[in-house]
Design a protein around this ligand. Structure first.
Ligand SMILES: Cc1cc2nc3c(=O)[nH]c(=O)nc-3n(C[C@H](O)[C@H](O)[C@H](O)COP(=O)(O)O)c2cc1C
Length: 352
């Protein structure tokens, strides 16, 4: 399978390029990936002449043909666009306009091979996700008329320079894992806690018991009204903000099977003394109705893949209650080994 990752920004070494590079490297481990920048191509604006409405091709003959050839050649398309005045950069908008011969609102129109999957990533300097959603909307509108299936998107706020991308690395890698899963037809994937999925996240978190086999949920039974603030805190914690004294930054992921949340997994981004001798890096919870289906083992594998790139320690630390053999089994299946034990728990480690 081929994957095309597009830097929709004219800057070749900025934040967008950094995100493109992470996505390219992640996808290239599984697919034949290629990264391009919209500035690699030189093409004219759409003149609005509408000749293409009759001829299904453009009257201009320029570099545009080379970029559309990349679209034709690929199965997976990932457009990564920064906000320029709350929209996609003009260079990318000019490209979209030139795709009018392919637009499915008029006949005849040119057609890409069917079955292509499209993903969108938006980034911006400001803190509000609404603007990212607007950019994602522009890209997904474009995909829709090109008959490219919209399969997922990611919005990244508070990113101005490429150094700011590092804070989002785990999120970007999780997004790539989602792309891999969807494209391979297996639909179990991790998604960081986010405001787009708040209704499903609320119902899931509300029902996780306060303490089940050592997985602690301070939000058990929470009201929908209070969950707005709770989610805000959960997301802030992943950035190292709003943390109680002595706590380390923690990213909370939901484990999705297709469009249903089946579990919640938390990654503590590094260890402090109490975590070294206690809960370790990862907490995981699978909803009772989805147990015994391998979701624990698979979900753990997904979060371990992320942890490998995030935690600075040599090994990934886990702890499991002795009366929870299913979780121990999931850890051992993921190459965990029992490092030591006490009366209640096994302390498991996984080499990075
Ligand atoms: C011309 C221009 C317009 C921008 N407009 C916005 C904006 O409306 N909202 C915003 O949050 N960021 C805006 N930004 C910031 C970019 O989205 C942000 O810096 C992004 O990381 C740039 O990606 P780059 O480093 O790949 O160029 C703008 C940047 C430029 C250069």
């Amino acid at each position: 399978m081929n994957a095309l990752v597009i830097n929709c920004c004219p800057v070749r070494n900025g934040a967008t390029a950094e995100i493109v590079s992470i996505i390219y490297h992640e996808l290239n481990a599984t697919f034949q990936a290629k990264a391009v920048c919209i500035s690699d191509y030189s093409f004219g604006f759409c003149n609005g002449c509408r000749s293409c409405h009759k001829a299904a091709e453009c009257v201009q003959n320029d570099d545009f043909g080379n970029i559309i050839a990349e679209f034709e050649n690929t199965d997976i398309i990932v457009c990564v666009a920064p906000s320029y005045w709350a929209d996609v950069p003009a260079q990318f908008k000019a490209f979209i306009d030139r795709c009018t011969p392919w637009c499915n609102t008029h006949e005849p129109h040119a057609r890409l091979k069917s079955g292509k999957k499209g993903y969108s990533v938006a980034l911006r300097t400001g803190p509000n996700m609404k603007e990212c959603e607007k950019i994602i909307g522009t890209i997904e509108h474009f995909y829709g008329h090109m008959e490219i299936e919209c399969c997922g998107h990611l919005g990244l706020c508070s990113v101005e320079y490429k150094e700011d991308v590092n804070r989002h690395r785990a999120e970007i890698i999780a997004f790539c894992n989602q792309i891999k899963k969807i494209s391979k037809g297996t639909l179990l994937y991790l998604k960081p806690a986010n405001t787009n999925d708040i209704e499903k996240e609320f119902l899931f978190v509300r029902d996780i018991p306060v303490d089940e086999n050592g997985y602690i949920n301070e939000y058990y039974g929470i009201s929908r009204k209070d969950f707005d603030n709770a989610l805000d805190t959960i997301i802030a914690n992943s950035r190292g903000e709003k943390l109680p004294e002595g706590y380390v930054p923690m990213t909370s992921y939901f484990l999705w099977n297709n469009d249903t949340i089946v579990g919640k997994l938390d990654l503590r981004q590094y260890l402090c003394e109490s975590l070294i001798n206690g809960a370790g890096h990862i907490g995981f919870y699978i909803s009772p109705e989805y147990r015994g289906k391998g979701f624990g083992t698979e979900g753990l594998k997904l979060i371990i893949d992320i942890a490998r790139n995030v935690v600075p320690e040599e090994e990934i630390y886990l702890r499991v209650n002795k009366n929870n053999p299913a979780s121990l089994k999931a850890m051992l299946k993921n190459n965990g080994y029992i490092h030591h034990e006490d009366n209640e728990s096994y302390f498991v480690r996984i080499k990075k």
